[in-house]
Design a protein around this ligand. Structure first.
Ligand SMILES: O=C(O)/C=C(\CC(=O)C(=O)O)C(=O)O
Length: 298
């Protein structure tokens, strides 16, 4: 279902990338929306995308040459993970997920999410996406997650310093979405990426997603836009220096990017620019995501 007040922010016919991912490559950051008739949006949703369900996601996976997906519950679906669980259930074992939950969720409900393929919870600190992010309750939850789960956090670079005590206290591995949204035009030695490196150096179980060149190097955000040269320049040294701690994803269906919709083929073609060797790409696309999401096969 689509209606005038529901936005499609993804490319209708993305190009075929020149880069061919290695066998078993994981798109470790993507979302599904709806279909809203079956899976209505949260009353607190800050955006209302057109339907972007599992069939479209899996067709894109095959078109881009990937083997698996990690589906991240998006804020528009709130804490009702049904759409994400439905997509995982339809994936023939080729998808796992990251849930968003009420911090008071019971142990039985967490176990049900695990059975449905979830392997992490996401804590979102973006004010334009969520009304509140209660750190104390998030920390209490992170202390009673199922075995081998981790925490995914999404924040913007300007709050990293004030988030440090919270992140430092998380007792399980941490994955940071979209590098914590640094200003990539500052370059690889800029203040935002230095602060991120400082965090990475504080603990060995913190991972990053060098994802979203389209968001971090967007024209509307003062960047250069596709082909996202500032992103490649700022991010490649990070992938080189933390090769075992990077995960990659398309971010399809690119929520809130309607003004500057990226071509997913171009997004995939960024991979060799940030990970120039086959060894780096094997870690980024296969070994690292498999260790976190399919440890039984890693
Ligand atoms: O696709 C992303 O990861 C980023 C988003 C959406 C999001 O995270 C959410 O709705 O939960 C954004 O910056 O608007």
């Amino acid at each position: 279902m689509s209606s005038p007040d529901r936005t499609a922010s993804w490319h209708a016919s993305p190009s075929k990338p020149h880069f061919v991912p290695p066998p078993g490559a994981v798109d470790a950051h993507c979302h599904v929306f709806g279909p809203a008739e079956r899976f209505p949006f949260s009353p607190q949703a800050k955006y209302h995308p057109a339907d972007a369900g599992p069939e479209a996601l899996f067709a894109l996976r095959d078109h881009l040459g990937f083997s698996r997906n990690v589906i991240v519950q998006a804020s528009c679906h709130g804490t009702d993970n049904s759409a994400t669980l439905d997509a995982i259930a339809r994936s023939d074992g080729k998808a796992r997920g990251v849930a968003v939950v009420d911090p008071d969720i019971s142990g039985d409900e967490l176990a049900a999410l695990h059975a449905g393929g979830m392997r992490a919870v996401r804590f979102n600190f973006l004010k334009r996406l969520v009304d509140n992010a209660p750190r104390d309750r998030f920390l209490a939850l992170s202390r009673r997650l199922p075995a081998h789960w981790h925490v995914v956090i999404y924040f913007e670079a300007d709050i990293l310093a004030e988030l440090r005590p919270f992140i430092d206290a998380i007792p399980v591995p941490v994955v940071i979405d979209h590098l914590g949204r640094p200003n990539v035009s500052q370059g690889p030695e800029g203040a935002d990426l230095r602060a991120l490196r400082n965090l990475l150096d504080s603990r060995e179980d913190i991972h990053i997603k060098p994802t979203c060149p389209d968001r971090l190097d967007a024209i509307k955000a003062g960047g250069g836009g596709d082909p996202w040269d500032a992103f490649a320049r700022a991010v490649a040294p990070l992938v080189a220096d933390y090769p075992d701690r990077c995960l990659w994803g398309t971010d399809w269906p690119h929520p809130n990017m309607a003004d500057e919709i990226p071509d997913d083929g171009h997004i995939v073609d960024m991979i060799p620019r940030i990970a120039p060797t086959a060894e780096l790409r094997q870690k980024l696309l296969v070994a690292n995501p498999m260790r976190l999401y399919w440890p039984e096969h890693a």
